[in-house]
Design a protein around this ligand. Structure first.
Ligand code: ATP
Length: 301
């Protein structure tokens, strides 16, 4: 299953990257090759988690040798803590997520989960402990039940329905004539951005990982749907160690700790209130977003 999961996850990431217009096809194949080169050290043990705390310890990284992206990045996320990464576009936030999932290895420094270096444990066990809810969820051309059940091999309908309930998508599925057997994707029922994201949340709930990586939606959703989904995500992340990669600061203002990343370095950290009082980059971004939102007509529904 995980052998399957990895390329599919990779494809999901590549798909999102293309949708964001960041790379062309030739570049995509080069990136896939690079990411597939990360291998287990011989005899690597499985990751064993008692307390899912995360540590980035002096991490240096770049995709190309002549262009460093992360510069000696160090930060911690306590077990069960909710941390947000914010900062200007291109600062390195998504890169941090990719390193945590070990699509790449750092040039230097270490990433630890519960004291274990992720480069030294089985990738399969690492990825089994991390759930990702991405900006744009990719669905397979299969049934909605399959798309949720994919979160955990062997999950039965009762568990799939429970996950759908917790992700607040069950009432929608139940209203469809074929319920879990409804075909979705290109040849089947087209789901809205919000519905797709709820399917991704249900899939993650079924996986039940102790660590969550939330890559915030930037566009796709209207304001009300976004608020609903945020409420669901908040419930889902309770008791799990959570990193939110955020573009809209209003969505992460209640995080335990916010790290502001600029040019691959942490330039500020603190709670929302403390960062506003500090009156630095975060406060500037916050004011700018408030002004932008005030100027926008109510988001198109
Ligand atoms: P955004 O808020 O716009 O999503 P970000 O902070 O998440 O930005 P990253 O996606 O981590 O930024 O990108 C950091 C830098 O790394 C950018 O300059 C980007 O161009 C570069 N980069 C990202 N992915 C790759 C890649 N696969 N190959 C080469 N460079 C990359």
């Amino acid at each position: 299953m995980m052998q399957l999961f990895r390329p599919l996850d990779m494809l999901g990431w590549v798909y999102r990257t293309i949708r964001q217009g960041l790379i062309d096809m030739a570049e995509m194949f080069r990136l896939m090759d690079t990411a597939m080169e990360v291998t287990d050290v011989p005899g690597a043990p499985a990751l064993l988690i008692h307390r899912p705390m995360l540590t980035f310890d002096n991490v240096e990284f770049g995709y190309e040798r002549d262009r460093q992206i992360l510069h000696g990045l160090s930060f911690e996320v306590p077990a069960g803590g909710h941390v947000a990464l914010v900062g200007p576009s291109g600062a390195g936030k998504s890169t941090i997520g990719r390193l945590l999932f070990r699509f790449y290895d750092p040039w230097q420094g270490r990433i630890l989960i519960d004291g274990q270096d992720i480069a030294q444990v089985q990738q399969e066990s690492l990825r089994a402990h991390i759930g990702i809810v991405p900006q744009d969820s990719v669905l397979f051309n299969d049934t909605i039940g399959y798309n949720i059940g994919y979160g955990r091999e062997g999950a039965g309908d009762a568990e799939i329905i429970q996950a759908a309930r917790d992700a607040a998508i069950w009432p929608f599925i139940k209203s469809l004539p074929q319920q879990l057997e409804t075909e979705v994707g290109e040849r089947g029922l087209k789901l809205s951005g919000g519905e797709k994201q709820r399917v991704a949340i249900a899939r993650t709930l079924l996986k039940n990982p102790p660590i969550l990586l939330l890559d915030e939606a930037t566009s796709a959703l209207d304001t009300r749907t976004e608020q609903d989904i945020l409420g669901t995500l908040k419930r889902v992340s309770e008791g799990r160690t959570t990193i939110s990669i955020a573009h809209r600061l209003s969505t992460i203002a209640d995080s335990d700790l916010i790290y502001v990343i600029q040019d691959g370095r942490i330039c500020e950290q603190g709670t929302h209130g403390r960062l506003l009082r500090h009156d630095g980059l975060y406060a500037e971004m916050w004011t700018r977003q408030l002004n932008e939102e005030a100027e926008l007509p109510e988001a198109a529904e």
